[in-house]
Design a protein around this ligand. Structure first.
Ligand code: PGA
Length: 282
């Protein structure tokens, strides 16, 4: 796949002020590197209360862009059709927004949770599901994640489904078998793989600075691609397979060059907009 996807996972970091600073830096850098960056699918997954906020900031920014175009062309808003306005507004959008989780039920007594429908309403087109921090800290099983995947897809949200083995499984050399099962059990029957993005994130690499070798990433992403070919038939080539775990501007180019790696899921290094843009440009 020629196109690449770069996803930022802010985890439980940043509030309004930091988000404003991040966005200001990102938009400036985006304007300076538009040709390269607009060819990527960039997805920012902030804490959920910021999804709505960033969505409206992006809209304001797009309307500023529309005004600039009107001034340059000496036109009034009435001179544009609704479709033209929509095209300009979407065209100005430098990235998509994603949530970091959603519940599988539509509504009910689930204190602290957001449904897939709510996540969609606040402006998310993507949702990270099955991140190892949710699997571990919130005891999420493959079965629960599969239900969340179904709920997200039903709302037309693209799940960024995370899979990854821990160090023990890797040391026992059971990682391929483990990921094979984790992937199959986290996708419910009836949901086509082509509706998903798959992120391979070895737990022992997340936030540790320890990276798998290129051959190790290659071996795993090759197997994931094989599963997708088996299950997703003709759409397998369209499915993004991301690598995540200790990605930085220093290692991103080498990882992106791996045959079956279509993008990156970036945690810590995405918190600095300038660093994140360097990763996007690598
Ligand atoms: P990291 O996190 O880049 O900080 O290792 C990645 C992730 O957990 O998605």
């Amino acid at each position: 796949m020629a196109k690449k996807m770069i996803v930022a996972n802010w985890k439980m970091n940043n509030a309004f002020e930091e988000a404003d600073q991040w966005l200001g830096t990102f938009i400036d850098l985006y304007a300076n590197n538009k040709d390269a960056l607009q060819n990527l699918d960039i997805v920012i997954c902030p804490p959920s209360f910021l999804v709505d906020y960033l969505d409206s900031q992006l809209l304001d920014n797009a309307f500023d862009g529309l005004e600039t175009i009107m001034l340059a062309q000496n036109k009034q808003i009435e001179d544009f059709s609704e479709e033209e306005i929509a095209d300009i507004v979407v065209g100005q959008r430098p990235f998509w927004l994603g949530a970091q989780d959603c519940h599988f039920e539509n509504a009910g007594s689930f204190t602290g949770d957001l449904s897939a429908e709510m996540v969609k309403k606040i402006g998310a087109d993507y949702v990270i599901l099955g991140h190892s921090e949710r699997r571990e800290n919130h005891f999420e099983t493959d079965e629960i994640i599969a239900k969340k995947v179904a709920a997200a897809v039903a709302q037309d949200i693209v799940p960024i489904l995370c899979v990854g083995e821990n160090k023990e499984i890797r040391d026992q050399k059971k990682h391929l078998e483990f990921i094979y099962k984790q992937l199959l059990f986290s996708v419910p029957k009836g949901v086509k793989f082509y509706r998903l993005v798959i992120a391979y994130e070895p737990i022992w690499s997340i936030g540790t600075g320890v990276l798998p070798t290129i051959e190790e990433i290659n071996e795993m992403t090759r197997m994931i691609k094989k599963i997708l070919v088996e299950k997703g038939a003709e759409f397998a080539e369209e499915i993004f397979i991301l690598y995540g775990g200790s990605v930085t501007e220093e290692n991103s180019a080498e990882i992106l060059a791996i045959e079956n790696v279509d993008g990156l899921l970036v945690g810590k290094a995405s918190l600095d907009a300038a660093n994140f843009v360097k990763i996007c440009l690598s």
